[in-house]
Design a binder for this molecule. Structure first.
Ligand SMILES: Cc1cc2nc3c(=O)[nH]c(=O)nc-3n(C[C@H](O)[C@H](O)[C@H](O)COP(=O)(O)OP(=O)(O)OC[C@H]3O[C@@H](n4cnc5c(N)ncnc54)[C@H](O)[C@@H]3O)c2cc1C
Length: 384
């Protein structure tokens, strides 16, 4: 089989974006996905993802997330598929907490349209939320909701239109790399290319075995709540209720998005460690969801105490909660991409563009030193 320019492994959030931008850069792209296009076994399903720009995880993320927004908008215009809806965003928590101070630092440094609200101001303006008097809320205008299934579909369609070949139901079993190129082995075929891009989400450790990456995967549960009987549905609509992240104590968070026709979606950050992605069952386990129901009861006003629906999903967490994005330390023609730690979807469009820029020999704005996949090997002294 004739060699391609690039093989992309995994066509979820990051991989579909990479295939799109690589194909649009004029490169010959083969994308390989182990499951079907709309599968729910990875990290990019669940009908909504929070988009926000006052980034508390570091001011360094702000230019990238703003670039991602412009790219999502361009993708919507190109494909006619709606992806991002602005609702505003709220970060709630104690004054002085890392999320509040971090979001404020980003908002001030980049002059983002924002306001720091006292608990009372927040309750008056957004009666869906019940912060206590020791808490504050940072509101930002440009926050919103992304529909991940639509984003991925638009990237895949755009990639195919630009000439990419995408295969589904074809797991990659192994790969090798040398200076002259890469070879990828699937259950059907061996393929060769100049460059390999590994976007395997929760399967990243398995597909990059040599590096012993300290990534941990975690099962997450999200629940959709209808309004209480007698409470108008419109109170929770995207024109009245912002997306939110609430620092509920220590390193714990809860988050949610407004009712897009299926209830208010709420998740917590207390996941269950998984040994293998395949071990995550789509059913609720006993006790799961209890923390989310308690959060809804104590912090949100007017929602029913029981969910109408639930879903499970997987986080791939780095110890420092930043992404892995850049060349494999031992193979410059192999890119390692794990943009998750529970907050990566919003960046997928800019991550895809950054990958294409790097492969095309341009400076990638997405390959921040913060994301270097080699940073853990350097710390532990191990060799790839
Ligand atoms: C509950 C939950 C809530 C979240 N909330 C937010 C949020 O509000 N905002 C936000 O920005 N982010 C959020 N995230 C994070 C975000 O969804 C992820 O960062 C993003 O989806 C990761 O995309 P990915 O491409 O790395 O992984 P995936 O989308 O899982 O894609 C990886 C793909 O690789 C394929 N694959 C793996 N191994 C192989 C192989 N050997 N051969 C072929 N194919 C393979 C898999 O089948 C999969 O399709 C959330 C995540 C979860 C789970």
């Amino acid at each position: 089989m004739a060699p391609r320019d690039v093989i992309v492994v995994g066509l979820g959030g990051a991989g579909s974006a990479a295939a799109y931008h690589l194909a649009r850069a004029g490169l010959g792209v083969l994308g390989l996905e182990q499951y079907s296009p709309e599968h729910v076994r990875g990290s990019s399903h669940g009908r909504s993802r929070i988009y926000r720009t006052a980034y508390f995880e570091g001011t360094g993320y702000v230019p990238l997330v703003r670039r991602a927004q412009r790219l999502w908008r361009a993708l919507e215009r190109e494909t006619g598929i709606p992806i991002l809806r602005e609702t505003g965003a709220l970060i709630l928590g104690p004054r002085g907490s890392v999320p509040i101070e971090g979001a404020l630092a980003s908002a001030r440094r980049y002059r983002l349209d924002h306001a720091l609200l006292s608990a009372r101001e927040c309750r008056d303006r957004f009666p869906q939320f019940r912060p206590t008097d020791g808490e504050v809320a940072l509101w930002e205008r440009r926050g919103g909701v992304l529909v991940p299934e639509n984003g991925n579909l638009a990237h895949r369609l755009g990639a195919i239109r630009a000439g990419a070949e995408l295969h589904y139901g074809e797991p990659v079993l192994g790969w090798s790399a040398s200076r002259s190129g890469v070879e990828v082995r699937t259950d059907r075929e061996r393929y060769r290319a100049r460059t390999l891009v590994l976007c395997a989400g929760p399967w990243t450790r398995r597909i990059v075995p040599g590096l012993d990456l300290p990534l941990e995967i975690e099962r997450q549960v999200v629940l959709w709540f209808p309004p209480r009987r007698g409470v108008p549905v419109g109170r929770f609509g995207p024109d009245r209720m912002p997306v939110f992240i609430w620092a509920t104590g220590g390193t714990r968070f809860a988050y949610g998005v407004p009712d897009l026709g299926d209830g208010v979606k709420v998740g917590g950050e207390s996941g269950t460690p998984l040994r293998r992605p395949e071990a995550s069952s789509p059913r609720l386990r006993p006790g799961e969801g209890t923390d989310v129901r308690r959060f809804v009861r104590e912090h949100l006003a007017g929602l029913a105490p029981r969910e109408r629906e639930f879903a499970t999903c997987i986080y791939t967490n780095a110890p420092d909660h930043h992404f892995l994005l850049g060349p494999h330390p031992a193979h410059p023609n192999v890119l390692v991409v794990s943009a998750c730690s529970g907050h990566g979807f919003k960046f997928a469009s800019a991550v895809g563009e950054g990958i294409a820029d790097h492969v095309a020999g341009r400076t990638s704005k997405a390959f921040l030193p913060l994301f270097d996949p080699g940073r853990f090997a350097a710390r532990s002294g191990s060799r790839p």
